[in-house]
Design a protein around this ligand. Structure first.
Ligand SMILES: Cc1cc2nc3c(=O)[nH]c(=O)nc-3n(C[C@H](O)[C@H](O)[C@H](O)COP(=O)(O)OP(=O)(O)OC[C@H]3O[C@@H](n4cnc5c(N)ncnc54)[C@H](O)[C@@H]3O)c2cc1C
Length: 358
């Protein structure tokens, strides 16, 4: 959320926080903003998530640490056909790597809550695989919503941009880019979508998120007005994208229906959604007892909201504790899970001891 910290959420604070989160911060005397206010991604990170992480007992959170792999300990390779019950007789074995120090460690655990989200940026290439050259140009492509009005303005004002995508993120970028055209008429952008619709964004009938509805409609209206500096192409795939450092320019090959067109531009914004970070769970079978995926990105066409995650966490904890009374979000909140038990859900064991028997 920090990476798009400048973006306002489509939901107010009331949909972002759980009763348990409110209770924990309330006990600390920490006041949360009014429930009706719409926070930015940065607000949620600094005013809600950071203070909650700070309340965890020492040793529970290993920050700056990447999970490289999760498997079942000491099972031979290619054992996915074993029943989930047999597999669950072995604990989870996890390899982590500290991002600063490079330190690698093994951990054992009875339960794994996979909350890695769906935030690996999608590819702009046809069929959602990388376009030719996209992997090599990744560092130069904006694949999180750039702060076009602020921090990243220099890359767009008076420049030519290729914008790819058709969702709320693309709509937000288009609105901001159009504002820059008004400031500097040399600014221009080509907006391409894969769909055939005459307008870039699909608007939901009676969208429950009124802010999203406004943004999508505003972006469609922009395209319909055909202002100078804004070009829109539907039915368009990105076949190749190369960034030439010495020229500070992108060269892009587009497939527009059956026609191929080559363009150059100064910036490329990829707003084509995300895909799950799943490489580290490749050694697990499809159904692992004790493995809970809090599932952003599992269904790539379904939006996943903070409230969905909270519901899934509640359900997962109910199952783990085996008790119908263990409802983390019951109102008024009841915490039947002692802090120490929470800490024990992720158990660190020295490698040698674990090797004697999982
Ligand atoms: C621009 C934008 C606007 C949005 N607006 C709204 C909104 O208005 N309302 C709403 O409810 N939702 C909104 N969402 C969706 C919301 O942000 C997500 O639903 C939410 O962030 C999902 O939370 P998460 O913890 O599951 O995943 P994430 O927020 O994606 O967090 C996953 C974390 O796991 C880390 N991670 C990944 N792989 C590993 C690994 N191998 N090891 C260690 N850590 C790893 C990542 O670095 C990341 O910090 C929006 C999303 C975007 C992009």
């Amino acid at each position: 959320m920090r990476s798009w910290g400048h973006v306002s959420l489509f939901v107010p604070w009331s949909c972002v926080r759980s009763p348990l989160g409110e209770q924990v911060l309330g006990e600390l005397g920490q006041e949360l903003p009014s429930k009706s206010v719409y926070p930015t991604g940065g607000d949620v990170a600094t005013r809600y998530l950071d203070p909650l992480v700070n309340t965890l007992p020492p040793g529970v959170a290993s920050l700056g640490t990447k999970v490289v792999g999760v498997t079942r300990a000491y099972l031979p390779a290619k054992d996915w056909a074993l029943s989930p019950e047999l597999r669950s007789t072995r604990r989870f074995r996890i390899l982590t790597r500290h991002l600063d120090t490079g330190e690698e460690r093994h951990w054992n655990a009875d339960f794994v809550f996979d909350c890695t989200g769906g935030r690996a940026p999608g590819w702009i290439g046809s069929g959602s695989i990388p376009a030719i050259g996209e992997m090599g140009s990744r560092g130069q492509i904006f694949d999180d919503i750039p702060d076009i009005a602020g921090r990243d303005r220099i890359h767009f004002l008076g420049k030519r941009t290729l914008l790819v995508g058709c969702g709320p993120a693309a709509a937000l970028c288009a609105i901001e880019l159009a504002r820059l055209i008004a400031v500097n008429p040399d600014t221009g952008f080509l907006w391409v979508t894969r769909g055939q619709s005459e307008l870039p964004c699909q608007v939901m009938l009676n969208d429950p998120l009124s802010r999203r509805d406004v943004i999508l409609k505003k972006a469609n209206l922009l395209v319909a007005k055909k202002p100078q500096g804004l070009y829109f192409l539907n039915s368009t795939q990105v076949d190749a994208v190369r960034y030439l450092i010495d020229q500070k320019k992108f060269y892009v090959t587009l497939q527009i229906g059956k026609t191929t067109r080559r363009i150059s531009c100064d910036s490329v914004v990829s707003a084509v959604g995300t895909r799950p970070h799943s490489g580290y769970i490749l050694e697990l079978s499809g159904s692992e007892i004790g493995f809970y995926r809090i599932a952003d990105g599992t269904h790539r066409d379904m939006p996943f909201y903070l409230e969905d995650g909270q519901k899934q966490i509640r359900d997962a904890f109910r199952e783990v504790t085996g008790g119908s009374g263990d409802d983390l979000y019951a109102f008024p909140p009841i915490r039947t899970l002692p802090k120490e038990q929470g800490a024990r859900l992720f158990v660190q064991r020295p490698h040698v001891i674990a090797a004697e028997g999982a």
